[in-house]
Write a protein that binds this ligand. Structure first.
Ligand code: ADP
Ligand code: MG
Length: 613
């Protein structure tokens, strides 16, 4: 119930939709139920049934005996009046005219109410999608594991659609169908209260049977949505890794993995639809059984003269009663949809409720300048149980180039990721100019830093926009100047449309070195005082590595830079080299100092020289 109201809150301002919806629905119900109610007099006129057949005048009812609410009676009165005045043909025209007008108006109001429901649905979906995506983008880096990605995509892409059923579905259940039910019931009571009271006793039995069918749907809906999320994440992995999959002839493996999930999903949905489909024939059979019962009982009353129903009224009664099942069934269907909608809703709300673990402190300061240096004080970090950094104490002075080296898995990337607060140390502090970074507004902290890593991330957009990246009011000259520094201007000019060339999905239309130089131009343009480079050249061939290395050297000029480089020859001129091994600082100094020290650094250098030979 709580889930439901929260989902409904996305429909705000709900009264803007609900009030006109209720009014239009009410009018629709009045007109559409009246049509059937008017059927009785129509039939009677047609088949000359009742007193009017022999002597129209005898049938004229004295209006004094009619109560104000006896609609059917009044209608009878007026039809008879018409028969007296205009003859039977005239009366028939009158009744048909009234029915056509009632149907026409009823349908206009139905159309209006549906339009309102539709815009409510679209409005709600828009708001929910926005809320989910907005929140996802605020979450901390650690949240985005691989298995989470498919989950998030499936939630935003498909489960949001399912939620609509519970929101709009319930509004229909709460307003439209009950109103219809009441409308039909009112007419049924007007025609024959006795018959209606007895017939109503059967409805709970039908309701019970239907509810048995939809009961299990909820747990199946959960399983189906999980399975669907898995499928999406497999799909995403398969498409983004298609080259590797083909190269390793892993197509069969990947196909099987997707296939297994696909089969699992189909099994669940098949069993779900079995139940869902069962509801319709069961209720159909039930309703015909009920109608037959009503015919039997009504017939019994008429045969035994216990009721003054005439033929027209009786037929109208049965027609109305058969319509009664429609809203009743719609309520049942809506309940089964509401189930899956609520399940999806809970999953989406969980994502909306997910709080970023890394937040700005309430007293966080905005830091515009970098003046002095960065200090790591006793910093330790662990992924779950696995300790990655242990009590690291380091100072990175302003204006220097500092290189991080060490064996793979030594914790270099982890160390670097802590500076922009992608992850946070379990203990210890990181200070920028003696301010704990936890006390600095994250956006202003990240504004101080530029980031280039191994994967050159480009977006499906023009080269210009990939360099400007989120910055508005950047001039063409500024972008070009950044591209020149990044050694990218020349190749950009050689592309088809220069800076307006589209880079393709994830930059696939460019070579690795070109992509990387665009990423460097992006970092140059944002011109931050601190530069973080994590193996920026390691994905490149030797030739483009040179071009990129030149670009990086330009980038690092006049800045504080922290570089992780796989090729040690590129960092020999660094002001300080830090050797990280198994999460601790093993050695620290300049290239010469470390070579003389004859420790891990020298061994790493020797290894690379040996490999190069
Ligand atoms: P380096 O960059 O020096 O090669 P990393 O800092 O990337 O090393 O990783 C250090 C250790 O932390 C590795 O042993 C790695 O397995 C582990 N690690 C890295 N990222 C994660 C993660 N997201 N979850 C769990 N363990 C991780
Ligand atoms: Mg790394």
């Amino acid at each position: 119930m709580k889930t439901y109201f929260r989902l409904l809150s996305f429909a705000r301002p709900i009264e803007k939709f609900a009030i006109p919806y209720i009014i239009f629905t009410l009018l629709y119900v009045v007109f559409s139920t009246s049509v059937l109610g008017l059927l009785g007099p129509l039939l009677n006129t047609l088949f000359h049934v009742g007193a009017s057949a022999c002597d129209p005048k005898a049938a004229v009812i004295d209006p004094k005996h009619l109560s104000t609410f006896d609609i059917s009676g009044w209608f009878k009165y007026y039809t008879n009046h018409f028969i007296v005045l205009y003859g039977e043909w005239g009366a028939l025209k009158f009744v048909c005219g009234v029915i056509v007008i009632a149907v026409f108006l009823g349908n206009i109001f139905r159309y209006l109410s549906q339009r309102i429901m539709e815009s409510l649905r679209i409005h709600t979906l828009l708001k929910i999608r926005k809320a989910v995506f907005d929140n996802v983008m605020q979450l901390h880096m650690g949240y985005f594991g691989n298995e989470r990605k498919g989950d998030i995509m499936s939630k935003i892409a498909s489960e949001v659609q399912t939620v609509q059923f519970s929101v709009t579905g319930t509004l229909q259940v709460v307003f439209k169908e009950p109103l219809l039910l009441i409308g039909y019931l009112t007419w049924l009571f007007i025609i024959s209260a006795k018959l209606t009271l007895i017939s109503l006793l059967i409805i709970p039995v039908a309701g019970f049977l239907i509810s048995r069918i939809v009961k299990k749907l909820r747990s199946q809906a959960i399983a189906a949505q999980n399975s669907y999320a898995n499928m999406i994440s497999y799909l995403d992995e398969a498409l983004s890794g298609i080259k590797i999959i083909k190269a390793f002839n892993a197509t069969d493996f990947i196909i099987k993995r997707f296939d297994d999930e696909n089969v699992r999903y189909s099994k669940i949905t098949r069993s779900m639809s079995k139940r869902q489909q069962l509801a319709s024939p069961v209720s159909e059979t039930l309703s015909v059984t009920m109608i037959s019962f009503v015919v039997l009982y009504g017939g019994y009353l008429i045969f035994n003269k216990r009721s003054d129903l005439d033929a027209g009224q009786f037929i109208a009664y049965i027609a109305l009663f058969s319509q009664l099942m429609r809203p009743a069934k719609a309520i049942g269907d809506a309940f089964s949809n509401i189930h899956s909608g609520l399940v999806a809703g809970e999953r989406i709300l969980a994502l909306i409720d997910e709080k970023p673990l890394i937040n700005d402190a309430p007293d966080a300061v905005v830091k515009r300048r970098f003046n002095e240096g960065i200090h790591f004080e006793n910093v330790s970090f662990a992924y779950d149980e696995k300790e990655v950094l242990k009590n690291v104490n380091l100072t990175l002075p302003k204006g220097k180039t500092i290189a991080l080296v060490g064996p793979s898995g030594g914790g270099k990337s982890t160390f670097m990721d802590m500076l922009p607060r992608f992850i946070e140390p379990q203990s210890g502090r990181i200070l920028v100019d003696d301010i704990d970074i936890q006390k600095i507004q994250t956006t202003s902290l990240r504004d101080l830093m530029g980031f280039v890593n191994q994967e050159s991330i480009l977006f499906n957009d023009t080269i210009f926009n990939n360099i400007a990246f989120g910055k508005t009011n950047v001039t063409k000259e500024q972008v070009e100047a950044a591209a020149r520094i990044a050694n990218a201007h020349n190749f950009i000019m050689e592309t088809e449309n220069g800076y307006d060339t589209n880079t393709g999905d994830r930059g696939t239309k460019l070579s690795g070195g070109q992509r990387q130089r665009i990423c460097i131009a992006r970092a140059v343009l944002s011109n931050p005082p601190i530069m973080l480079l994590d193996e920026a050249t390691s994905a490149l061939d030797t030739e483009s590595e040179k071009l990129v290395q030149d670009a990086l050297n330009n980038l690092m000029k006049n800045r504080t830079s922290l570089i992780i480089a796989h090729r040690l020859s590129t960092i020999q001129n660094a002001d300080m080299i830090i050797v990280l091994d198994k999460g601790t600082v093993a050695e620290q100094g300049t290239h010469l100092e470390l070579m003389q020290h004859n420790g891990l650094y020298k061994r790493l250098i020797d290894m690379q020289t040996f490999n190069a030979d």
